[in-house]
Design a protein around this ligand. Structure first.
Ligand SMILES: NC(=O)c1ccc[n+]([C@@H]2O[C@H](COP(=O)([O-])OP(=O)(O)OC[C@H]3O[C@@H](n4cnc5c(N)ncnc54)[C@H](O)[C@@H]3O)[C@@H](O)[C@H]2O)c1
Length: 275
């Protein structure tokens, strides 16, 4: 049961990427705190499954099966929100994925697709949410999911992802500066490695990654999607009414110790010579 400081009763929240992982965990946490939800994902079965879980909690929930890398689809999501709920208090822009390849090899089309998904999609959603929050005059809260890659290089083929996540950090700062005077807060959460199916596959293919990643996490464990729940409710609630423009690490201490990606991508010339 939420205390009144964190109570979201009567608020409407939109969360993208809600079929699994951190988006799903965020949506469920907001529903548990009392919010009504529009949840979005292009994975229909997954997002409907999350909706069923929210409905069991007694919350009001609607589903949009959409691709947030397409501006027309993002506008359709917000049109649905207008029709079903008629207001927005919180937008959580969580959906995203990367295409990894070395910088000298990556196709420009792939760089553009990562940008569309992580930057353009988040910006379109921020713009639609911000327009509605400004018009309604009640303020609001927007959270963009960034990454360690918003503030540090990772290597290992993350160039498109890092460029995009760096832009997410600056988008968050710019929007918070523009809208703070209207009580619209814009913050970003920067996770370190949170276990998801993609990360688990990469670790299964290269078990040494597990130790390398953990060497950059002083807390000694990977993140779990549920680790985002407290932060999501805090940022959606009035408890954080003076927090805006913040890039908040959710990383078991990674950034504090300058852990970064904790994996050296390429062998040095000396190591190659020693082989
Ligand atoms: N897991 C990590 O270690 C980690 C670390 C830092 C940042 N992030 C970022 O956090 C976000 C969530 O990560 P996660 O681990 O929960 O991921 P995940 O892969 O478990 O879930 C991502 C969800 O987003 C959906 N999605 C992706 N692109 C979409 C699109 N264009 N339109 C609609 N839905 C789309 C997928 O269907 C999926 O349900 C991502 O943006 C990711 O880049 C993840």
């Amino acid at each position: 049961m939420a205390t009144s400081l964190f109570d979201l009763t009567g608020k409407v929240a939109l969360v993208t990427g809600a079929a699994q992982g951190m988006g799903r965990a965020m949506a469920i946490a907001l529903a548990e705190a009392g919010a009504d939800l529009l949840i979005v994902d292009r994975n229909e079965a997954g997002v409907r499954n999350t909706a069923a879980q929210i409905a069991l909690l007694g919350g009001r929930v609607d589903v949009a099966v959409r691709d947030v890398s397409e501006p027309g689809e993002v506008r359709a999501i917000y049109a649905q929100l207008d029709n079903v709920f008629g207001r927005i208090d919180f937008a959580g822009n969580v959906a995203g994925e990367s295409i990894m390849a070395p910088p000298e090899e990556i196709a420009l089309e792939d760089v553009e697709q990562v940008w569309r998904n992580l930057v353009f999609g988040r910006f379109c959603s921020c713009q639609e949410a911000g327009r509605r929050m400004l018009k309604a005059g009640r303020g609001g809260s927007i959270v963009n999911i960034g990454s360690l890659a918003s503030v540090t290089a990772l290597g290992r083929g993350h160039v498109a992802y890092s460029m995009a996540m760096g832009a997410v950090a600056q988008m968050t700062r710019e929007l918070s500066t523009e809208w703070a005077g209207h009580a619209i807060r814009v913050n970003a959460i920067l996770p370190a490695q949170v276990l998801n199916p993609g990360l688990e596959q990469r670790i299964a293919a290269n078990p040494a990654l597990r130790t390398q990643f953990l060497s950059g996490i002083p807390a000694g464990r990977f993140g779990k999607p549920d680790d985002i729940q407290g932060l999501a409710v805090l940022l959606a609630s009035d408890a954080s009414s003076w927090i805006t423009g913040a890039l908040i690490p959710m990383d078991g201490g990674n950034l504090a110790m300058n852990g970064g990606g904790s994996v050296r991508h390429r062998k040095t010339a000396e190591e190659k010579a020693a082989q």
